[in-house]
Write a protein that binds this ligand. Structure first.
Ligand SMILES: C=CC1=C(C)c2cc3[nH]c(cc4nc(cc5[nH]c(cc1n2)c(C)c5CCC(=O)O)C(CCC(=O)O)=C4C)c(C)c3C=C
Ligand SMILES: [Fe+2]
Ligand SMILES: [Fe+2]
Length: 346
């Protein structure tokens, strides 16, 4: 008996090669484990040592970062994190919302659907750990969802880097697919518009002006090719159209400047503080560059900016929450997963 005739007909697919479970990994930026100095310092050190985030020669940057910046900044950031901390779970809001998104998204699928997990680009749980955990549960195909509506090399690309860095250490790699950014996904825009309408409807007096504040970026990065502001413009165009508002009625600004070099303008704080002098004392701010509330929305806008606005003569600053773990957010994430999921095996 020749070994050829003894060999059973070869299946087109090797059993198990494409029939394993699919996994979904939601990835957010990251956050410190506690508000204590060393935890904040460790987190900031990892974040600000990423060469996609700080494009300065490390020989110049690292002494500055490990010296003066990380000696002082964790005190200021720690105080800000303490103001917004989720004390019930003893964790930052960004971590709570990311976990809740993953849990609620899992609830949208039947028991044989994809396994949903979550990770942080900086800090815990790490991307490598959760990719491995998905693979250990039988996922041979993993869909990665960077939780940033607009693409930037400083956010989306560094998530992708981290995923492939983890894969470099795996002998048996899962198949990976990455969900594209979603700056004007109809469900994102509908969710944002819904948040605006709901917030405005609950106010005793309507705001005179609506402001969309996006996270900023050094201008230098944009000149070098980062498409982030164009992505923000896509969100703005779609959201203004959905709400029927003009650029004068619905302003676009950039917040969270870090360091001294010029960032994208107009700066949120300067623009909003200038409004009372023009008779605008009631403002509502939405932050469409963030899917979840975090230190940048809750503290920088909700605390620091509010103080500045009131100090400049403003009367009411309404901060419209991010989509967080609302049904609108889960509907969006569910659609992003369905639209980008691996095809079932034929
Ligand atoms: C050069 C520095 C920074 C760049 C570039 C940058 C881009 C960028 N960041 C986000 C989203 C988030 N940033 C957050 C916090 C945060 N960002 C920076 C600096 C840069 N960000 C710092 C130093 C911090 C830490 C907070 C502080 O100390 O002030 C967060 C929130 C994290 C949390 O735990 O709540 C988010 C989210 C985007 C979208 C972006 C570029 C488009
Ligand atoms: Fe940031
Ligand atoms: Fe900030």
């Amino acid at each position: 008996m020749s070994f050829l005739s003894a060999t059973p007909p070869r299946p087109l697919r090797r059993a198990g090669a494409t029939t394993g479970r699919c996994g979904v990994l939601l990835v957010n930026l990251g956050t410190p484990d506690s508000t204590r100095y060393w935890d904040v310092r460790r987190y900031l050190s990892e974040f600000l040592s990423d060469r996609r985030v700080i494009e300065i020669n490390p020989l110049l940057w690292q002494p500055l970062l490990q010296g003066v910046i990380l000696t002082t900044r964790p005190f200021r950031s720690g105080a800000a994190y303490r103001r917004i901390w989720n004390t019930a779970r003893d964790e930052s809001p960004l971590r709570s919302f990311t976990r809740a998104q993953a849990e609620k998204l899992q609830g949208e699928f039947l028991s044989d659907g994809p396994l949903i997990d979550w990770a942080m680009r900086y800090g815990r749980p790490s991307v490598a750990e959760r990719l491995q955990a998905l693979q250990d549960q039988g996922c041979d195909r993993i869909l990665v969802v960077p939780l940033y509506p607009q693409y930037s090399a400083t956010t989306t690309a560094t998530v992708n880097d981290q995923v492939f860095r983890a894969l470099m250490r795996m002998r048996r790699q899962p198949t990976i697919r990455i969900v594209p950014p979603f700056p004007d996904h109809p469900l994102y825009i509908k969710g944002l518009a819904h948040s605006v309408r709901r917030a405005v409807a609950t106010l005793p007096r309507a705001p005179q002006c609506l402001v969309a504040s996006f996270h900023g970026l050094p201008r230098r990065y944009v000149k070098a090719g980062d498409p982030y502001p164009a992505e923000c413009n896509r969100t703005m165009r779609a959201l203004r159209a959905e709400l029927g508002l003009t650029a004068r009625e619905f302003l676009m600004t950039f917040q969270s400047r870090f360091g001294r070099e010029p960032w994208l303008e107009p700066y949120t704080d300067e623009r909003i503080a200038s409004l009372p002098a023009r008779g605008i004392t009631r403002v509502a701010v939405i932050t469409p560059g963030f899917l979840s509330d975090c230190i940048e929305t809750l503290d920088e806008i909700g605390t620091e900016l509010r103080e500045e606005f009131l100090h400049a003569g403003g009367e009411e600053l309404t901060v419209i929450p991010c989509l967080n773990d609302t049904p609108d957010a889960i509907r969006l994430l569910h659609a992003l997963v369905r639209e980008n999921m691996f095809q079932p095996a034929p």
